[in-house]
Design a protein around this ligand. Structure first.
Ligand SMILES: Nc1nc2c(ncn2[C@@H]2O[C@H](COP(=O)(O)OP(=O)(O)OP(=O)(O)O)[C@@H](O)[C@H]2O)c(=O)[nH]1
Length: 303
């Protein structure tokens, strides 16, 4: 790195935690007036971008992964799986807990889910304004051996204590990357991330072991037509011609099945009729094209 050359950092972060631990309060405090995007439909049951914090040197994109703290969601196990996939693709996870509550089954449930995840996790202990510093030591002791947290950071989201520091540490963990969203306006479709994930899930499921996990899905267009139908165009990116053949299948049968199943889930998710157009593209070493992929919420696989 050259002297005084500043590198912009950006990444996707998800906050998980039981209801009422203070996730919204934290986001409101962090993003507050600077809020660039809130999902226009404010659906709490989907993967949505909850807010974007843009500073001089970084852009932090907070997304929601509902399935992880709401296992009884109508899409059930499937959502939990999507949530786990999503957790593997974000750059950082904040596991938020309430300092005034004992470690319990809810926390245990989340830690179990995190065992399948490679992304770094911060333990954020919120509501420290309600406890004595001595108690904080006990809370930390309760958690610290239960998971290999990258950082443990106590805050008060309500009063703002230590929140700035948390943001600084988050920035340290972000990869170098572009500013995805303009400072004050966002054009992205909030459901983009989960739609890509739903399609990818079908590819992996239907092709079993034949197509590697490195397969990516890029949503190229989401458009609402006058008749209310949502037109989605997506590319399935594989690394080899042989994989392209598998994904397309005999006379296109596999791609048709992938499309059918994905469309049904997407319709379920969006609550409207969907026209899904899929195509398969071979892009060798796409994993090196981190910038392109991050734009769509993906990160390079770690193997
Ligand atoms: N004393 C104190 N109260 C807090 C703090 N953070 C959040 N709260 C309160 O805790 C309650 C729940 O906060 P939310 O931010 O709605 O919690 P949440 O995790 O977003 O909840 P869900 O949307 O149900 O998942 C609210 O009454 C907040 O005012 C804090 O740092 N200190």
């Amino acid at each position: 790195m050259k002297n005084n050359e500043k590198h912009f950092k950006s990444g996707f972060i998800t906050i998980i935690g039981r209801p009422n631990v203070g996730k919204s309060t934290f986001l409101n405090h962090v993003i507050g007036q600077k809020i660039a995007i809130m999902s226009d439909k404010a659906q709490t049951t989907r993967n949505t971008i909850q807010g974007v914090l843009t500073t001089d040197d970084a852009q932090l994109i907070f997304i929601d992964t509902p399935g992880i703290h709401k296992p009884k969601h109508r899409l059930g196990d499937f959502m939990v799986k999507v949530a786990t996939n999503t957790l593997n693709e974000v750059d950082l996870i904040l596991f938020m807990v309430n300092a005034t509550e004992e470690f319990g089954r809810g926390e245990q449930y989340i830690l179990e889910k995190l065992k399948d995840v490679h992304t770094k996790v911060f333990l954020v202990i919120n509501k420290i304004d309600l406890i004595h510093p001595d108690q904080l030591i006990e809370v930390i002791a309760q958690y610290k051996d239960k998971y290999d947290f990258a950082e443990i950071i106590p805050i008060s989201a309500l009063q703002g204590n230590n929140v700035e520091r948390l943001i600084d540490v988050i920035k340290n963990y972000m990869p170098e990357g572009p500013q995805y969203y303009p400072n004050d306006q966002v054009t992205d479709h909030p459901e983009r991330f989960i739609i890509a994930e739903l399609i990818r899930e079908k590819v992996l499921h239907l092709t079993r072991e034949e197509v590697p996990h490195s397969v990516a899905v890029i949503i190229e267009k989401i458009e609402k037509r006058d008749n209310g139908t949502i037109h989605i165009m997506a590319a399935i990116i594989v690394e080899r011609n042989s994989q392209k053949g598998i994904v397309i299948g005999k006379q296109g049968a596999m791609l048709k099945e992938i499309g059918k199943r994905a469309r049904m889930d997407i319709e379920n998710l969006l609550g409207s009729k969907v026209f899904l157009e899929l195509w398969v593209k071979v892009q060798k070493d796409w994993r090196d094209k981190a910038t392109l992929l991050r734009e769509f919420g993906y990160r390079e696989d770690e193997y």
